[in-house]
Design a protein around this ligand. Structure first.
Ligand code: 13P
Length: 340
């Protein structure tokens, strides 16, 4: 392992004005997205949609890396260029989702444990050869009656740290993603308390597993009210609670924090990131690693039809640019309505 290689990649991922495109939907997840826009779901249709994203003009100004799925990292553009090679040529770092999903945690109703450690070393070796320079593993923590339990938090943090150690051994930067879901009816205060517990445990485990903090990226949730909570925190409250919580737990050695959007609207996700970046100076770069918040508008505009390819690209370009602005606090509420 070379720690300077890991640091160079991690720093590149959080380069000024840039963030990540999470395009690593599993085949089951992309099937839902395609069904929603009334599109058929074939391997060619999935390939063609990812080509729409990756070949959008100008995106390397705002997109530093793209997270791919096992099927996608093996696919090619219409012209026969492997996706990871195509992205790398643009200066966009290819990455890969390596967990195999959150499965029910036996003995703990309503909680999950993320799987994918078996055979991971061998898979990382193959993904490196295919061009991946960073990886992603998502642990899922739900908030509800009596959950999360301490045990589920520990089990998930332990798995995240084992994954991160294997990645660094193979010269791949781990994105450590402990996602506290925003699906419930909980308050913002509860989200903060749970996120506190989760981050404390994750960094304790990363320490025990001898993770090189300078060569990793954290991908957390924002500290936000549950979707069904009657009292919604304001954007300024989300920004200040999130930064407060991160400052308590994330060592300054970690180069970057790249948020998931988690079900926020694209405009909310951009605004929250922008407001946080106005709270500086901060010890780490604060950026985005959005799936839905970058892709929703593009998916709808495309609608699964080749004739709308350019319309889809226009939306993806717009949301990449707006989130690029949010990296330095330059996105303001309502800007998306004026943006072409
Ligand atoms: P969302 O931004 O849609 O939450 O997806 C990000 C991601 O990669 C979740 O693992």
């Amino acid at each position: 392992m070379s720690s300077s290689d890991l640091e160079a990649v991690a720093t590149g991922m959080v380069a000024k004005d840039k963030g990540l495109l999470a395009a690593d939907e599993s085949n089951a997840t992309i099937a839902k997205r395609l069904a929603k826009i009334g599109s058929e779901n074939t391997e060619e249709q999935r390939r063609s949609y990812r080509e729409l994203l990756f070949t959008t003009p100008g995106i390397s100004q705002w997109i530093s890396g793209a997270i791919l799925y096992d099927e996608t990292i093996r696919q090619k553009t219409r012209d026969g260029v492997a996706f990871p090679d195509y992205l790398a040529k643009l200066g966009i770092i290819p990455g890969i989702k390596v967990d195999t999903g959150a499965k029910p945690l036996a003995g703990f109703p309503g909680e999950t444990i993320t799987e994918g450690l078996d055979g991971l070393r061998e898979r990382l070796i193959e993904y490196y050869k295919l061009g991946a320079r960073f990886a992603k593993w998502r642990a899922v923590i739900d908030i509800g009656d009596g959950i999360p339990t301490r045990f589920a938090i520990e089990a998930n943090a332990h798995a995240l740290a084992r994954y991160a150690a294997l990645c660094q051994e193979q010269n791949i930067v781990p994105i450590v993603e402990p996602e506290v879901l925003m699906d419930g009816a909980h308050t913002q205060e509860r989200c903060e308390a749970v996120t506190d517990l989760v981050l404390a445990e994750v960094f304790a485990q990363l320490g025990r597993h001898r993770i090189h903090l300078e060569g990793m990226i954290l991908k957390p949730n924002m500290v936000i009210s549950g979707k069904k909570c009657p009292k919604q925190a304001t954007p300024d409250q989300v920004a200040s609670a999130t930064v407060r919580c991160l400052k308590r737990h994330v060592p300054a050695a970690v180069p970057g924090i790249m948020f998931l959007s988690g079900g926020q609207s694209p405009a909310e996700a951009a605004l929250h990131l922008s407001l946080m970046n106005r709270l500086g100076p901060l010890p780490w770069q604060l950026s985005f690693s959005y799936g839905r918040a970058l892709q929703d508008a593009a998916l709808s505009a495309w609608g699964g039809k080749a004739a709308n390819f350019a319309a889809g690209q226009k939306e993806f370009q717009k949301w990449s640019r707006l989130n690029g602005l949010a990296r330095s606090g330059g996105f303001k509420a309502g800007m998306e309505q004026q943006a072409a």
